[in-house]
Design a protein around this ligand. Structure first.
Ligand code: NDP
Ligand code: PHD
Length: 365
């Protein structure tokens, strides 16, 4: 593992948005990274950050970025950044991130645009940091020396696959998974869902969300071919996921009710599943990533937990909360997951991915 001798200069694209603001806060005290450049739309470019942003965080804007002038998202303006984090709106993220990669920049993105790309890793850092091994092939396909794109997953996918990974590690493949989400309004960015739609209400549709969860789980939980040139997408051990997604009047924290069936018979008991989740560890912890949670999965014993208001900030939102692990009379087991959609569901994941890339030499420090 290589610890950087000096802080690395990093850029944040979409710095004024919901995810961008979380990047700013997390990076302002980061031991490896120093915010050097901020990018957003033409509406914000040219303004000091404090003027461009509609700041919605509890903590004040960090001193070091208050007066940084926001730039247009063009690669030349970020040329001296070792890493660029992207919290860009998906409508523009595709072209911008591709241009940054072509300019030999290392891009860690929250946007959906490249998640299905056959050479782009889709990494939930508490599950599959090993997929970074695809980077040499991605670079070779584009004749690049340093540039690449790594994505992190949809926020609901992220909360789901972490307990699934723990269960699969202990008990082998899960073949069926039913999940019903209750997703916070911050997931829709700012200003997001109109108050008239969400106050005193539940909206039983989030465009494209169910398809993303159903597809992304297999890429994350699957392996990489022996030659390091393709993701296996679980062809040999299919994991069939069916998702129902709902927007609920919660500010932060996505809750998911999950039922699973294992390929192996007999399936694990509730006690065995609790033990597997509690003892689950990941490479990001072993490697010493500073933003990795101490406990990947915190299993609650109380019958009425996890709850978003009480549990979303546990471990700064970097791990996941699981509760109510119990037998399922239709499949094998069922449980509830709570993950912080703007932390491990977004900015924290990108940052841990970047920390791991630095520690393992994928990004030179
Ligand atoms: N919110 C969440 O929980 C999660 C979000 N994501 C993904 O992360 C990304 C950001 O989401 P979120 O922060 O919620 O979105 P927001 O709408 O809050 O922020 C979008 C950002 O994109 C910038 N932007 C918009 N248009 C352009 C443009 N033409 N050129 C350059 N920059 C532009 C905005 O800048 P300006 O202020 O100048 O308009 C703003 O900084 C999205 O792709 C989203 O899908 C992923 C996981 C979770
Ligand atoms: N769709 C998620 C947030 C999001 O932007 O997802 P994605 O990054 O997959 O587009 C939510 O509304 O809670």
């Amino acid at each position: 593992m290589t610890l950087p001798s000096n802080p690395l200069k990093v850029g944040v694209l979409g710095a004024t948005g919901t995810v961008g603001q979380r990047f700013i806060l997390l990076l302002s005290t980061h031991p490896f990274f120093q915010v050097h450049a901020l990018g957003a739309s033409a509406r914000s470019a040219g303004l000091p950050y404090k003027q461009a942003v509609r700041w919605k965080q509890v903590q004040p804007i960090p001193e070091a970025v208050r007066d940084l002038v926001v730039k247009n998202c063009v690669a030349e303006e970020f040329a001296d950044c070792a890493i660029v984090f992207s919290g860009l709106d998906a409508d523009v993220a595709g072209d911008i991130e591709q241009a940054f990669r072509a300019a030999e920049l290392a891009v860690f993105s929250n946007a959906k645009n490249f998640r299905r790309d056959p050479t782009v890793p889709l990494i939930v850092p508490l599950v599959n940091t090993s997929h970074l091994s695809m980077i040499p092939y991605q670079r070779s396909q584009l004749s690049l020396q340093k540039g690449f794109i790594v994505t992190n997953a949809n926020c609901s996918t992220t909360g789901l696959v972490i307990p699934l990974a723990a269960l699969e590690k202990a008990f082998g493949p899960i073949d069926t998974c039913l999940v019903t989400t209750m997703q916070a309004i911050s997931g829709a960015g700012y200003p997001g869902v109109p108050s008239f739609d969400i106050f005193d209400n539940i909206v039983p549709h989030i465009g494209g969300e169910e398809e993303k969860i159903e597809w992304e789980a297999a890429k994350i939980l699957g392996g990489i071919s022996d030659n390091g040139q393709s993701f296996d997408l679980r062809e040999k051990t299919p994991i069939n996921v069916s998702a129902n997604c709902n927007r609920v009047p919660v500010l932060e924290g996505h809750t998911e009710c999950v039922s699973v069936r294992f390929a192996r018979r007999p399936p694990p008991t509730v006690e065995e599943a609790i033990q597997a989740m509690r003892s689950f560890t990941c490479e990001a912890q072993t490697a010493g990533c500073p933003s990795a949670p101490r406990e990947v999965i915190f299993v609650h014993e109380e019958v009425d937990r996890p709850q978003p208001r009480l549990d979303r900030d546990f471990q700064k939102g970097a791990g996941v909360n699981v509760g109510r692990i119990r037998p399922c009379p239709v499949l094998d087991l069922k449980f509830v997951v709570l993950s912080n959609n703007v932390a491990i569901g977004a900015a924290t994941s990108s940052i841990i991915n970047a920390e791991y890339a630095v520690l393992t030499g994928v990004v030179a420090s």
